[in-house]
Design a protein around this ligand. Structure first.
Ligand code: PGA
Length: 249
């Protein structure tokens, strides 16, 4: 079994109290589980719960990440949170360009590039999400979308010595229970690897899959050798499900 990175994207499923209580209750069992399996486990609660959840996982190997950050270092940006603050409170990771933020607050690939650069400046590991809509998938142009979303981010990464995590999350799979066929997944990940090599990138980013990962779909997904970890939404808020997934990966 190879070690995988498992990231729980808690979106806005849990309130502040619920998120802190969840981790306080389950952190010890999860910590033993990841020590046994050698997987890495990261939770991304909403901004308000970051500080308290970071405190709650001290003395475990569990890490905490944010679900987004501002594309600007500081200034008059009402409602935004800068990468520097995330680092100061003890975050290790930041999710960038999730399709839900692309839709709800008009995040764009251009903003993903700025955010990735700020994550690096502040020693946060960026988890950059890419993925096509159902229309593009059905039209057979998914790879083109991935290319457009990925290339500018890879340009930023090219000169970096730090880690980049790419989460391929087909939008049509998020929250729907549907996952892509193995052959399609193979083509996407192989494409990303080839893209990196064409750009002269020696260290291929760590490649995650996200979209309807649960204790059932994982049985198919774990057969795709190029997937090195998972970005899990809804199922990561259910302790029993998450435990099963971690054991099955
Ligand atoms: P899901 O969400 O696992 O609930 O489909 C994944 C994600 O959006 O990151």
């Amino acid at each position: 079994m190879t070690a995988s990175l498992i990231v729980g994207n808690w979106k806005m499923y849990l309130s502040y109290h619920q998120a802190v209580a969840w981790l306080t209750t389950h952190k010890d069992e999860l910590n033993i589980l990841i020590k046994d399996t050698h997987h890495q486990l990261v939770f991304c609660p909403s901004f308000d719960a970051l500080g308290s959840t970071i405190t709650s996982v001290t003395r475990t190997n569990i890490k905490i990440g944010a679900q987004d950050c501002s594309a600007y270092a500081a200034g008059p940006y009402t409602g935004q949170v800068c990468a520097q603050s995330l680092k100061e409170i003890g975050c290790s990771y930041v999710i960038i360009g999730h399709s839900e933020t692309r839709k709800s607050i008009k995040n764009s690939t251009q903003l993903s590039v700025l955010k990735t650069a700020l994550a690096y400046e502040n020693n946060l590991t960026p988890i950059v999400c890419v993925g096509e809509t159902k229309d593009k998938y059905l039209a057979g142009t998914g790879l083109k979308v991935i290319e457009e979303q990925l290339r500018p981010v890879l340009e930023t990464y090219k000169t970096q010595t730090k880690e980049l995590i790419i989460a391929y999350e087909p939008i049509w799979s998020i929250g729907t229970g549907m996952i892509p066929e193995t052959a399609y997944l193979n083509s996407i990940y192989s494409y990303i690897i080839k893209r990196c090599s064409k750009m002269g990138i020696q260290r291929v980013p760590l490649l995650l899959y996200g979209g309807s990962v649960d204790e059932t779909t994982i049985l198919k997904l774990r057969d795709v050798p190029l997937i090195q970890g998972y970005l899990i939404g809804k199922a990561s808020t259910d302790f029993q499900k998450l435990k099963k997934i971690v054991k099955l990966v």
